[in-house]
Design a protein around this ligand. Sequence first.
Ligand SMILES: [Zn+2]
Length: 266
Amino acid sequence: MQTSYLRQRWLLPQLLLATLLLACAQSPEQDARSLIPIQSANDEKSYRYLILENGLRTLLISDPQTEKAAAALDVYVGSASNPADRGGLAHFLEHMLFLGTEKYPDAAEYEEFVTEHGGSHNAYTAFEHTNYFFDIDHAQLESALDRFAQFFISPKFDAQYVEREVKAVQAEYQLGIKTDARRNLDVYREVVNPQHPASILGVGTTETLADRPDAPIRDDLLDFYRQYYSANLMALVVLGRQNLDELEALVRPMFKPVPNHQRKIA
Ligand SMILES: [Zn+2]
C-alpha cells in the first residue's frame, strides 16, 4: 500500500523521469500515444498529455490526495553541447537561470518563496539534458509555477552574479575531485575520442568559464541560451491537487510565452 510518506518521497523522481521520457520522444505525436502511463488499479491519479501552442510537450497529473504540488521542466540539451573551449557552459547556465527574471527580478525571491511554503527546488545538468524542478505545499502551485515559468521566458542572467556563480561551479568541481564517480569520469574523458563531446569537462572551472578579451562568459552564456532553450526542445510535467481542467487552465497561459525557435536536437 502506498503510504503518504512514500507518495511524497517519490514525487520528484517520478516527475523527473517523465520529463526525460517526454523530451527524448521522437515526435510530439508519438508522445501522445505512448507516454500516458498505463495505470495500475492502485493509481488514483489522472493524467493528460498536451502539446502547447509553442510546441512545449506537457504532462499534467492530478492527484487529489497529494500534500505537495510539483513541477519539472527538462531541456533536451546538456554538457554534450558545450563548445569545445567552454567546458561547463551548460552547467553554468543552469546556475544562472534561477537568479531573477523580468517579472520577479529579485534573485533570492524564488528560493525564499519555495522554502517558505514547505518546498524544495533544484536542477541538474547531465550529458544530454538539463532539468529544473521544485515541490511545494499544494495550495501554492499557481504562485510557484508562475515564478518557475518566467525562468524560461525572461531570465535576467544578471551580470552582478556571474563571478559568484563561476566560483560556485569551481567549488563543485573541487568538491568532486576526490570522489570515485568524478575520477571514473576523468579517466573516461582521457581515453574517449577527443573529437567527441564526452571529452569536454562537464562541470566547468574558473578557467573554462573565464572572461576572455573577445568573449565575455556572459555573452557565451546568452548565445547558448538562445541556441538551445527553445520550447520545442523542452518537456514539462506538473502535478497538483487540482483536476485536469484546472491544471490545464493554469499551465497553458503561463507557459505559452516560452519562445519556440524550432531548434533541432544537437
Ligand atoms: Zn551545479
